[in-house]
Structures are given as structure tokens and as C-alpha cells.
Design a protein around this ligand. Sequence first.
Ligand SMILES: [Zn+2]
Length: 341
Amino acid sequence: MKLFRLWLATALVLLIVSSAGLAQESMIRVVATTTQAADLATILTQGVEDIQITGLMGAGVDPHLYKPTEADIAAMSAADAVIYSGLHLEGQFDTVFEALGQRGVIIFPVSKPVKDAGFVIGGFTLSAELTNVDDPHFWFDPRNWEMSALDLAETLAQLDPAHAETFRANAQAYTAQLQALFAWGEAGMSSVPEAQRHLVTSHDAFQYFGGAFGWQMTSIQGISTADEAGVGDVQAVIDTVIEGGIPVLFVESSVSPATINAVQEGVRAAGGSVRLGVRSLYSDAMDIPGTFGGTYTGMIASNIYTILQSFQCAGVAVTIPEWDSAVQPEPPADLLAPDCQ
Ligand SMILES: [Zn+2]
């Protein structure tokens, strides 16, 4: 850790020196750590030419484990503002954020308004130092993401006052979409019979999602993928699946499928049967930009289609509501036609 700090301090000094001459004064540079934060910043700055958004993490990247690269540190050092998810989601960034904050770079967590309003789920222990931390996956309740959108618009307004009204208008238009998305999702998720509303995943990323739509959650790993899953964790989930007659298990796009596969094998070895979801769920990372799952609204909608279709394939009575075209982008045809296998 000491060596890393020393390396970081040296890297920052070198970058300050080297970036000073290159700075384009007219362009406001915003760096966003996660795919979700980058998507939100891009939507809110639509129509504003003097802001450049750079996302650090790519599709399918696990933000709990992602270590900032030298290029990431260069981008953050040269930025006017760094937008991140927060609540220790980006577990490897703490030292860098501290150094950037001391240098006067605006560091803004999009989870802040949700935390301030008391809507976070707390009381978790991540390590000997990190006790009583909050569940970082707050974005999975679209009502939380609305708060983030409105709040980020105000941060952007401070950064670029000339375009304050554009940021606010973009945030208003977007929150209307998020409300329509929530209503659409609720109609589908509540069509599953109450006793069967139970989602089983690799790591505990969906508590806010479950809270939003009235579903129960079970996962093998805790709220961070940095905790290794033990044999006992896998066995406990096997027991829950068998006892609850849970018909489907879901793999996450940013987490190895190994533990979910182990649960499926364990259930089969005990004489039971359980399917895997018709596709993986997006948990901590979205898909590549330009795809449906590469947007926040598409990621949430894709997960809801995947869950409902997977339960339908397992013989559960489900109603998948007609897409609300107030929400953009429109789902692609292949998402609407699952392969039950
Ligand atoms: Zn996570």
C-alpha cells in the first residue's frame, strides 16, 4: 500500500506537470468511473458542446475489483470533475479520490442524494476497517436514480453555469422516462405470483431492485465480489433453492458464473432441478455503448425481460407488459423473443 501511495504521488506530480501545457481551456472535462455514471452524465449533457465525458470502466467490468490504471489516473488528474458511484462500490479508488480531492478536483458521488435522504440499505461489514457500510447498488431502484439525475444536474450547473438550464431540462425529461420505466417494471414484476417472487444471483447486487418491486433476494456472495464465496455459502443457497422450490438461477454479466453453476449442480445432485436464466443479468456494469443494455434504462428493462421470460420458461404464470415507448431506447427484437431451451 505504501509503495502504491508513493507511486501514485509520483504519477500525479508528473501528470500535473505534463497536462498543464495540454489543457484546452474551453472544454470542461468530466470523468465518470462506472458505466452507469457515464451514461447519466452523457444524458444530462446532451446538447452541450463544451463538456466532454470520459468513462473509465468498460462493459462487463466489476467495479468492486477494478483498479484504476495509469491512464485512468491521468484522465482523472486532468479532469474538472470526477463523477463516481460511491458507497465504496469503487473499492480500489479510495486512495486516488483522496489525492484528487486534495488537489481541488471536484469529486462527486451520484449516490449522495440517496444517502442524504436515508434511502440506502446499511449495516454491512466489508473488512476490519470497513464496518457499518452501505449496500452500494442503489441505482437498481429507478426512483433512486431519479434523485441522482436531479442532483447531478445541479453539480453540472455549478461546473458550467452557462448551460444550467439545459442540464435541468435534460434531467426533468429523463426523470419522466425513469418514472415510466418504473411503472412498466412494476406491472411485470408484480404479475409473478407472490410466493414465487424470489431472485437468486451470484452476489448481493439486487436488494434495492427487490425492494423497489417487492421481490425477495438470495445471493451466494455478499454486497462486494471482493468477499470470496465459501462452500457453506453455496450449500446455503442450494438449500434455499430446494426448500423454496425456486425454478431459476441468474448469472451476472460482470461476475464469474462458477458459483451459480455450483448451485445448479448441487440442486441436481440432490435430485432437484433448477434452470439458468435465459440470459445473464446486468448487475454492476452495463453492456457496450450503442447497445440496448448499454444504457441505464435498457439495462433495467433487459433485466426485467430476462427475469420474467426465465420464469415463464419455467412454467410460472407471468404477464410481460407492452413496452412503454415513452422510455428510450426501444428494446431490440431478440430481447422480446427468448430461447427457453
Ligand atoms: Zn456489486
